[in-house]
Design a binder for this molecule. Structure first.
Ligand SMILES: Nc1ncnc2c1ncn2[C@@H]1O[C@H](COP(=O)(O)OP(=O)(O)O)[C@@H](O)[C@H]1O
Ligand SMILES: O=C(CO)[C@@H](O)[C@@H](O)COP(=O)(O)O
Length: 562
């Protein structure tokens, strides 16, 4: 029997991965990764002002390179039998496009303009605009933020659009519409990028653009113009319908079929975000929390609409019908920094070495540093007087998004060495995860088990054991190194008609789990107390330190804490 193949393409923050999979068995035929070259050089970004932009050419070159290499590595006969491709990307990562759906930075006059590029999920330049959206929405009879946890974030669609239209007149004049990365890449592969007719992802629209069937789509023009007259009329140039990712976006264009050397009838699926497709690749089930643990975390949950659809879950990143598994309510939460906090601490140690001992020593150190710190930290006892750290080094995504918050390390003395501080930072990331679990439970959504995917889940037994102890729940780690791309491949198999439903594709193509971390009762008991200290310290940082101390004029300091 002739085998059929599908390709899952996962656009992460730093690189794009392509995975060619046998649709019957789920076996990997070939895989390849391409980094984004302009992004790697730090172009169009300014960390100090939280500006993170990506050039569409990074995506197009990465897509072509990764898919061609993955196909080259696949056995003979695979290329001719590719039936479907689906794509996942980061988000909200929108771009301003012209009437043809061309990102402005692909036009010569905008080629070097960061405002005509994709505004990456972690770009926080629109904090003020997010605040304005919240203030307006909360004062209205219909609160348009009610399905996204009640708080709109600067990481999302409308805040980014508003900010860009305000600061860049040239982009304002030329931008006909706006498109999410996952929609644009999928549309580009079909050759129809017309912003008025390309299919839009339910996942992206529901979690980040305030789309909901109760609102008849996006928030009304009246709301948008109240926010800023600059938004007047844009709703009509966006979309009112959305599609789940088991649907087809279209058929591959001749240009891309020839470029990639695959059949001209290859079906392109509707795209979605990386974490959502990753959860599918990791076999998410109702009430299992799937944590995608890497630079940041995305925490995904599904449940039957009839059981939780009536709830409005406060402080999360949205509840959207069909955003993960079609027909179920998909819920998203997350932490704005997780592995990034370990990377930050490692950098503190490595940079002076680079300056004093040179590049070679720094490189050697950076290869071994996090594993070394983890090995040493694992030997330390867990006690009730341990250092407490707060994980908001990149602000807080969930519960209750607030990207202006800062991290902290509390309770240092002269014995607080690098290993103890590293342990406290790992514990802080685990406490941040626990606060998400607690929020879901408090809002009436039970969590029965935890599934982990992503770089940290695969690389660090120390982090995963700490997380299991802090959550006091077992954690299963998915076997696939590329759960997001595998999830995309599963969607491609359904969109192209190989399977009728997503669960059928999941059953056939899953690669299962390869590790389970079980909580250790003694450590879990101490972490219960330490978590209370984390919660109290967090409240102090948020309410007292940041508002009354850091932002207070010097002469009011003595009275402001009273
Ligand atoms: N041995 C390790 N233990 C814990 N964290 C690690 C280790 N090695 C790398 N990391 C962290 O993993 C993160 C990257 O995760 P990964 O999933 O590969 O990337 P991304 O989130 O960009 O998809 C970095 O923030 C890094 O600090
Ligand atoms: O926020 C989302 C999805 O909603 C992610 O795309 C974003 O966290 C990107 O994470 P990674 O870089 O893939 O770890």
């Amino acid at each position: 029997m002739k085998e059929s193949y599908v390709i899952g393409i996962d656009f992460g923050t730093d690189s794009v991965r392509a995975l060619v999979v046998n649709a019957r068995t789920g076996d990997q035929a070939g895989t390849a990764v391409r980094e984004y070259s302009r992004w790697k050089e730090g172009r169009y970004c300014d960390a100090a002002s939280s500006q993170f932009r990506q050039h569409p050419l990074d995506y197009l070159e990465g897509l072509e390179g990764a898919v061609l290499e993955a196909l080259e590595k696949s056995p003979e006969g695979v290329r001719q039998n590719v039936r479907g491709i689906s794509v996942d990307t980061t988000g909200s990562t929108p771009v301003a496009v012209d009437r043809n759906g061309t990102p402005l930075s692909l036009l010569p006059e905008f080629a070097e303009n960061p405002n005509g590029m994709f505004i990456l999920w972690k770009d926080h330049t629109a904090n003020a605009e997010a605040e304005e959206i919240n203030t307006l929405a909360h004062g209205l009879e219909t609160d348009y933020t009610k399905y996204v946890g009640g708080i709109y974030s600067s990481e999302w669609f409308w805040a980014k659009i508003l900010r860009t239209l305000r600061v860049d007149e040239q982009v304002r004049d030329k931008a006909f519409s706006w498109v999410e990365h996952c929609d644009w890449i999928s549309a580009e592969l079909t050759g129809n990028t017309n912003p008025l007719t390309l299919k839009r992802s339910r996942c992206a629209a529901g979690h980040k653009a305030l789309w909901h069937s109760d609102f008849d789509g996006l928030p009304p023009n009246d709301f948008l113009t109240k926010l800023d007259p600059l938004l007047d009329g844009l709703r009509d140039r966006l979309f009112s319908k959305t599609e789940t990712s088991d649907e087809a976006m279209g058929t591959i264009s001749r240009k891309w079929a020839e470029k990639l050397g695959i059949p001209g009838d290859t079906v392109i699926g509707v795209g979605a975000f990386d974490a959502h497709m990753g959860a599918v690749g990791a076999l998410i089930e109702p009430y299992s929390l799937c944590k995608v643990i890497g630079t940041s975390t995305c925490d995904m949950l599904v449940a039957p609409n009839e059981e939780v659809g009536h709830l409005l879950i406060k402080g999360i990143c949205g509840q959207v019908d069909g955003s993960i598994i079609p027909g179920m309510l998909g819920m998203e939460a997350g932490q704005s920094a997780f592995g990034d906090i370990y990377a930050w601490f490692a950098k503190l140690i490595i940079e002076p070495v680079r300056a004093l001992l040179g590049e070679a020593s720094a490189r050697e150190l950076s290869k071994n540093l996090i594993p070394h710190l983890s090995e040493q930290a694992a030997k330390l006892p867990v006690t009730e007087n341990d250092i407490i750290a707060i994980d908001w080094l990149n602000g807080r995504r969930t519960p209750d998004a607030k990207h202006t918050l800062k991290g902290a390390i509390l309770g240092l003395n002269l014995a607080s060495d690098h290993v103890r501080i590293f342990k406290a930072l790992v514990e802080a990331t685990a406490y941040g995860s626990k606060s998400i679990v607690e929020r879901f439970r408090k809002e009436g959504v039970p969590i029965h088990e935890v599934i982990a995917i992503g770089g940290v889940a695969k690389k660090s037994a120390f982090v995963m054991q700490t997380l299991a102890d802090v959550l006091n729940m077992p954690i299963k780690v998915a076997a696939s190194e590329q759960a997001c791309a595998l999830g995309a491949a599963m969607f491609a198999a359904v969109a192209s008609g190989i399977y009728k439903t997503l669960p059928e594709a999941q059953e056939a193509m899953s690669s299962g789990f390869d590790a389970v971390y079980t909580p250790r009762p003694a450590q879990a008991a101490v972490y219960k107390t330490l978590y209370q200290k984390y919660a109290q310290s967090g409240a102090f940082i948020e309410n007292d330190f940041l508002h009354k101390v850091q932002l207070a004029p010097e002469n009011t300091l003595s009275t402001s804490l009273s």
